[in-house]
Design a protein around this ligand. Structure first.
Ligand SMILES: NC(=O)c1ccc[n+]([C@@H]2O[C@H](COP(=O)([O-])OP(=O)(O)OC[C@H]3O[C@@H](n4cnc5c(N)ncnc54)[C@H](OP(=O)(O)O)[C@@H]3O)[C@@H](O)[C@H]2O)c1
Length: 301
């Protein structure tokens, strides 16, 4: 049974890359006893290893709102990992609102949510889903911690391998900068926020210690791999045309193009020290991340 000093913690999306890493940090870094953890996922069979460690594994799909109250029952604090439903604009907001309502109905006291920087003003096409979820939380009776997660270093694996093959990185972001942070650092931060005993409502923007332009990243990748990598400035229209020509559905081409528009506008470039204040650690640097992940950036897709 949970007590105020040993609350029961719940992580949604626990078979995702971020959610899975959060659970590992809760168990192995923060030494939260498995008996105090509930994890939910659409695929419980995939989490048999956690069940074997004593973690309670339950099924939860935000597209099935009626099942969520039972899935969240008994949790005191809940990490709501934003879903990856990008193909239907607005769908995520419906999913997240269902999860927030279920958390209220299940008696959860505090929700931690993974949002994005400048959720209220960002040019990222799906920012309204995150801003709407933040508003649903602040309008609810729940306590909340909003983690506005900066762009993962891991996102470089979408653009850099192809750019290295052609020797050219086409971007519509100009000299705009991104305050990249490692996904595993964000998982550590989410674990810390979930396991914290603070019920204070707060918005934290979790970033690396520096922000980088495509040219900054390209020169480092080039030096590390010994391959030439030039940055080619293109327009938004050219970017969308290129993505569509490569087989991206129009809705996804618009999503990816909006990342460059947001970068150019400065939406992803702010640097904060919220990560260090939350975790007591420094975030992984660009150079360290590149060194450790050169294989990811040079692999053929
Ligand atoms: N800041 C960034 O650069 C960045 C980059 C990529 C993604 N993101 C966001 O951060 C989230 C986690 O990232 P990730 O790397 O872990 O992505 P991922 O591995 O693709 O995980 C997707 C997550 O969405 C959950 N999900 C999908 N549909 C769901 C539904 N109907 N009900 C409940 N959960 C659902 C999945 O949970 P189960 O599979 O366990 O059910 C999983 O946790 C993403 O979903 C996205 O919102 C941020």
């Amino acid at each position: 049974m949970s007590t105020p000093s040993s609350p029961t913690l719940l992580v949604t999306g626990a078979s995702g890359q971020l959610g899975g890493a959060v659970v590992r940090h809760l168990l192995d870094t923060l030494k939260v006893p498995a008996e105090r953890l509930i994890v939910t996922t659409r695929s419980p069979d995939g989490l048999a290893d956690l069940a074997a460690r004593g973690v309670t594994v339950r099924a939860a799909d935000f597209d099935q709102p009626d099942s969520l109250v039972a899935a969240f029952a008994g949790a005191d604090r809940l990490l709501l990992v934003s879903t990856d439903a990008l193909m239907e604009p607005g769908k995520r907001l419906t999913q997240h609102r269902a999860a927030v309502q279920a958390a209220v109905d299940a008696g959860v006291k505090h929700v931690v949510y993974t949002s994005l920087p400048s959720a209220d003003t960002s040019h990222v096409s799906f920012a309204p889903d995150h801003w709407g979820t933040e508003q649903a939380l602040s309008a609810s009776t729940l306590g909340w911690t909003i983690l506005r997660n900066a762009w993962y270093f891991e996102n470089l694996a979408y653009s850099v391998p192809g750019a290295l093959t052609s020797g050219e990185w086409a971007t519509a972001a100009g000299e705009g900068r991104i305050a990249y942070i490692a996904r595993d650092d964000l998982a550590r931060a989410a674990a810390a926020a979930l396991a914290s005993d603070s019920n204070e409502n707060q918005v934290l923007t979790l970033t690396g210690e520096q922000a980088w332009s495509a040219r900054d990243v390209a020169s480092r990748v080039s030096a590390l791999t010994g391959k030439p990598l030039a940055v080619l400035d293109i327009t938004q229209e050219q970017l969308i045309g290129g993505l569509t020509a490569h087989g991206f559905p129009p809705v996804l081409a618009d999503v990816f193009a909006s990342f460059d528009a947001a970068t150019a506008a400065g939406d992803l470039g702010a640097v904060t020290d919220d990560y260090a204040r939350l975790t007591g650690q420094s975030p992984t640097t660009l150079d360290a991340w590149l060194q450790a992940n050169v294989d990811l950036l040079t692999k053929a897709h």
